[in-house]
Design a protein around this ligand. Structure first.
Ligand SMILES: Cc1cc2nc3c(=O)[nH]c(=O)nc-3n(C[C@H](O)[C@H](O)[C@H](O)COP(=O)(O)O)c2cc1C
Length: 205
């Protein structure tokens, strides 16, 4: 059995904030020794809606070469980290639509016994960050996943302030993730890899 932990970072981002957090998760997971896939979920919004928002249009072009997530990315991974902007206190429909394609994998038990975590961004302070992460984790509980969070396991978390997962307040895409949000995202990813490695070793033994 290949001992290297496989991590899938699967995200949705309209205006690029959550994408920057996804990149931080990828970098940290790689530094922690994992093999990492970065995957965006398929865009569902009509072209005219995207074109009406310059930030959305620009981000779509920026990430046109990022591969789209497939159910196989979930079965491949030992660790899955999902990110989404908050939409009324929940994950974006685009990420939920991807999640809703996983019925066959779920039925086969292929989503269980993996480590899962998440990150989010909002326009306003709090703004539903914890609710979004908890709504995402509800899916992971249904899958039989093991949810790993940053908690307060590092002093930086007393500054970041969200033990449920990494989060950032963007003022509607105006404020890029700062070092606090990126550090929380990196911590989340590193802990997920660490726990994923321990689980993988344990399950193999
Ligand atoms: C339909 C919609 C609903 C949103 N709901 C919330 C919300 O409940 N709370 C909040 O603070 N921000 C909300 N936002 C703002 C986004 O979550 C925020 O701008 C986020 O950082 C965008 O991330 P992105 O650049 O990755 O798309 C909403 C945005 C849209 C378009």
């Amino acid at each position: 059995m290949d001992g290297q932990v496989k991590v899938a970072v699967i995200y949705y981002s309209a205006t690029g904030i959550t994408y920057q957090m996804a990149q931080a998760a990828v970098e940290a997971a790689g530094e922690a020794g994992a093999e990492v896939r970065l995957r965006k979920v398929r865009e569902l919004a009509p072209d005219e809606a995207i074109r009406s928002n310059s930030g959305w249009q620009a981000h779509r072009l920026e990430t046109q070469d990022v591969m789209e997530a497939q159910p196989d990315d979930l079965s491949w991974a030992d660790v899955v980290i999902m990110g989404s902007p908050t939409r009324y206190g929940m994950i974006a429909a685009q990420l939920k639509q991807f999640i809703d394609t996983t019925g066959p994998l779920w039925a086969a038990g292929a989503l269980a016994d993996k480590v899962y975590s998440g990150f989010t961004s909002t326009a306003t302070s709090h703004g539903g960050q914890e609710a979004t992460l908890l709504s995402l984790y509800t899916v992971f509980y249904h899958w039989g996943g093991i949810v790993v969070t940053p908690g307060y396991t590092d002093p930086s978390q007393f500054v970041a302030g969200n033990p449920y997962g990494a989060s950032h307040t963007s003022n509607n895409g105006e404020v890029a993730p700062d070092h606090v949000a990126l550090a929380a995202t990196a911590l989340t990813a590193k802990r997920a890899v660490l726990m994923g490695a321990a689980l993988k070793r344990g399950m193999a033994g």
